[in-house]
Design a binder for this molecule. Structure first.
Ligand code: GDP
Length: 296
């Protein structure tokens, strides 16, 4: 286990009690530890850099309150800044559009896209009484369409029947049409992923977007993504235009640095987090909790 940032900063700064304002030198020593903690939490390096600069600007010259130790004070400044950068909590999936509202799920293969599609469908059905249709556009892996069908069966959510030989674009158009005819409130489109970002993937996503006019485009990403998180989020956002993020595997051992990296790279809200393989393992995003975890 890593020593917590609070403990590390305590040993560096607590000798300062009673000295008044934090000096540039005190803050620099503290920020070396902050930088190390963020890197251990897998926050991308350029995000670490800009974060540390922001904290420096706030901490240098800050009066050390009598009631708390200087180390705790720096931790508080760091924590507040992290919460601020991570963004608002409880940003719901926006269904404020004429039915059927199209929600498009994008992300790399293995990120948890199909599982998250079914979890969201179940949540909208159970909690908001919505009539939801799910459709898998992953024609490269026949098992993917079958996986979504099984999850639909398990959760009691309708899936678009598979017609062999259809292209992802044709399936997208058919899903929207079927949702209109079937009186569905929401249609969730589970797009195909790849193991890494490439041009054909981005072109396909852009085409599916034009064919289905999604109201929400959610990037599903593994919270254990390391330095690649910024690149991944920025690419999907620039090429497809995402409206929010869903981070999966938050039940794992990771410290959640990818949340900060992806939020910083796109400015888009983290709407939900995945916390397990089961269909109810989907939770609202709480920036304070993630900030605590990043700081260790
Ligand atoms: P896709 O290729 O992006 O569609 O990924 P899948 O939805 O098939 O998920 C890949 C694996 O990750 C499956 O075994 C899922 O059960 C698992 N998975 C998805 N989300 C989570 C999560 O939040 N926590 C954990 N522990 N496993 C997850």
């Amino acid at each position: 286990m890593f020593e917590s940032l609070q403990e590390r900063l305590g040993s560096i700064l607590n000798g300062l009690t009673g000295r008044g304002a934090l000096s540039e030198a005190d803050v620099s020593a503290a920020l070396r530890e902050v930088r190390r903690a963020l890197i251990e939490a897998d926050v991308a390096l350029d995000v670490v850099r800009s974060f540390v600069d922001k904290v420096r600007a706030k901490a240098v010259g800050a009066e050390v309150l009598k009631s708390i130790k200087p180390g705790q004070m720096v931790v508080k400044i760091v924590h507040d800044e992290l919460v601020d950068m991570l963004g608002a909590e409880g940003v719901a999936i926006d269904l404020n559009a004429p039915a059927p509202v199209v929600v498009m799920m994008v992300g790399l293969q293995g990120s948890g896209k199909t599982t998250t599609t079914a979890k969201i469908a179940r949540r909208l059905t159970d909690r908001q009484g919505k009539k939801v249709l799910m459709a898998s556009l992953d024609t490269r892996r026949p098992a993917a369409q079958e996986q979504l069908r099984q999850l639909g069966e398990q959760t009691g959510v309708a899936t678009l029947p598979v017609i062999a030989g259809q292209s992802p674009l044709q399936i997208a158009a058919r899903a929207v049409q079927a949702a209109k005819l079937g009186g569905h409130d929401v249609v969730i489109i589970d797009t195909a992923g790849r193991t890494h970002i490439d041009e054909p993937l981005m072109v396909e996503m852009a085409e599916i977007k034009s064919a289905s006019s999604p109201h929400e485009i959610l990037l599903v990403a593994d919270s254990l993504t390391g330095q690649d998180a910024v690149n991944l989020a920025r690419n999907f956002d620039e090429r497809v235009g995402i409206t929010g993020l869903v981070l999966t595997r938050m039940d794992g051992d990771g410290r959640g640095g990818a949340a900060l990296s992806m939020r910083a790279a796109t400015g888009k809200p983290i709407k939900l987090i995945g916390t397990g393989e089961k269909m109810d393992a989907l939770e609202e995003f709480h920036p304070r909790r993630i900030a605590d975890r990043i700081l260790g």
